[in-house]
Ligand binder design. Structure first.
Ligand SMILES: Cc1cc2nc3c(=O)[nH]c(=O)nc-3n(C[C@H](O)[C@H](O)[C@H](O)COP(=O)(O)OP(=O)(O)OC[C@H]3O[C@@H](n4cnc5c(N)ncnc54)[C@H](O)[C@@H]3O)c2cc1C
Ligand code: FES
Length: 279
């Protein structure tokens, strides 16, 4: 990769490590072929890349690691179809191509000096993790940090060891939920993620909320936040839409007058509340 990457041009990277996550989900650590760090890639938390494998196609994938950890670029992938299926067949040392970084990430500068409430559902933790780790790496630049993460059952908790490691920290408050716990092994909250709001001490006046998850989660979490008195300007969310080009050319990702790939994927709630198909 050149020192100033051409974001339109795919460049080769190799898989330094793969880490199994839950069923059909895997974390890939990517390294640059020239041995350099990802610092010159210049990505922001919340941005995504287009990953391609020759002859297999291309797909947008969120960057899961923060720019504060530039040795590897991490992506957390769910096996969905052609490209991701082929990616799962590759191992350590295999070559693939990426282009990017794309899209508007989380507004890190606006979040600095604020209290943060991060709410993730399911695979939504993958993009949100880039912000979460960024905040933890620059902890003194942010005020209180609350994480809420919900998934459907205890087998589907992503980044389990990382989430467990927060038990030893006193600079993050965390609440984890599962929708169902048939085996009775879950020690935390059982129920949908919005149930966690009743456990947290939130101060809506000076807290920014950042959401990342499935559309159904947004509907209920937004309702909760607005009821609690959060200002719409203090709510951000990452929207995932079918994307192809990733650079505003094909129109696949349009919602109303916005292109998710260029105007998003992260939006302030005030920018999309009037767009019916946004949530
Ligand atoms: C900005 C952005 C970030 C993303 N980040 C991640 C990530 O971090 N990890 C990850 O695993 N996936 C992520 N995805 C989703 C991923 O790009 C799709 O699953 C993609 O289709 C996989 O390509 P494929 O060739 O393996 O599957 P395909 O052969 O293209 O299709 C797989 C199936 O998924 C459907 N599909 C395609 N795109 C989407 C979508 N956006 N939402 C729901 N269904 C879809 C298709 O209709 C098809 O049925 C992201 C998508 C976007 C737009
Ligand atoms: S993905 Fe092509 S315009 Fe957004």
């Amino acid at each position: 990769m050149d020192s100033h990457p051409n974001i339109y041009q795919p460049f080769p990277v190799f898989i330094a490590r793969t880490l199994p996550q839950i069923s059909e989900h895997r974390l890939f650590q990517l390294k640059l072929e020239d041995g350099g760090t990802w610092e010159r890639f210049g990505h922001q938390p919340g941005q995504f890349i287009e990953v391609s494998i020759f002859g297999k196609g291309e797909a947008p994938i969120s960057i899961s690691s923060p720019p504060t950890r530039p040795d590897v670029l991490e992506i957390c992938v769910r096996r969905a179809g052609r490209l991701t299926g082929s990616l799962f067949e590759l191992g350590k040392g295999s070559r693939l191509h990426v282009r990017g970084p794309y899209g508007r990430g989380f507004p890190v500068d606006k979040l600095k000096g604020r209290k943060l409430l991060l709410v993730a559902g399911g695979l939504g933790l993958a993009p949100l993790r880039s912000l979460l780790l960024y905040v933890l790496d620059r902890r003194e630049e942010f005020k209180d940090l609350i994480l809420m993460y919900g998934t459907n059952n205890p087998d589907n908790v992503l980044f389990k060891y990382e989430l467990l490691s927060f038990f030893d920290r006193n600079d993050i408050t965390y609440f984890y939920s599962v929708d169902r716990d048939q085996e009775g092994i879950w020690k935390q909250y059982v129920g949908v993620v919005t149930g966690l709001f009743d456990q947290a001490q939130l101060s809506p006046d000076d807290t920014c909320a950042v959401l990342c998850g499935p559309p159904v989660m947004y509907r209920f979490v937004l309702e909760k936040l607005l009821k609690l008195g959060f200002a719409k300007e203090n709510i951000y969310m990452s929207l995932e839409r079918m994307m192809k080009c990733g650079v505003g050319k094909c129109g696949h990702c349009a919602i109303g007058e916005k292109y998710c790939c260029m105007d998003g994927p992260v939006f302030n709630y005030t920018e999309i509340e009037h767009i019916k198909e946004a949530i």
